[in-house]
Each structure stands twice: as C-alpha cells, then as structure tokens.
Design a binder for this molecule. Structure first.
Ligand SMILES: [Zn+2]
Length: 68
C-alpha cells in the first residue's frame, strides 16, 4: 500500500500565505516558493517572511511578515 497518510514522515504540504494556493514547492530547508505569486516564504515564529523573486533571481524582502 503506497497511500499511507499521517505521521511526521509524510511531507507537509504548505499553502501559500499570500494567495492561499497550493502551488508551493520547497526550495530550502525551511524555505518555500509559490509558483502562483512568484514569492518565496519562510515560516518563522512571528509569521511568514515573504520574499519577492526579482527578474534577476535576487530576493526582495517584504517589510512585513504575514502572521499565521
Ligand atoms: Zn501564492
């Protein structure tokens, strides 16, 4: 049976804190990317840190975090 669910071993699926979409991929240890908004976000204790991905690939941090 391949369809096991539950437990810590299953990869957590994240939804985007900005658009709520599920087009989120993991790009780092604690870093996720929304293909819908072209944003990266990092879950922290205070909320989500949001980074805008520029055309040249650099990241621009938003001033505010988004609380969970
Ligand atoms: Zn999004």
């Amino acid at each position: 049976m391949k369809n096991q669910q539950g437990g810590e071993t299953v990869t957590t699926s994240w939804s985007c804190p900005v658009c709520g979409g599920r087009s989120v991929g993991r790009v780092g240890v604690n870093q996720y990317y929304c293909r819908n908004c072209y944003l990266e976000f990092i879950p922290t204790q205070e909320g989500y840190e949001i980074y805008e991905v520029q055309d040249d690939g650099s990241l621009l941090a938003w001033d505010d975090t988004i609380s969970c």
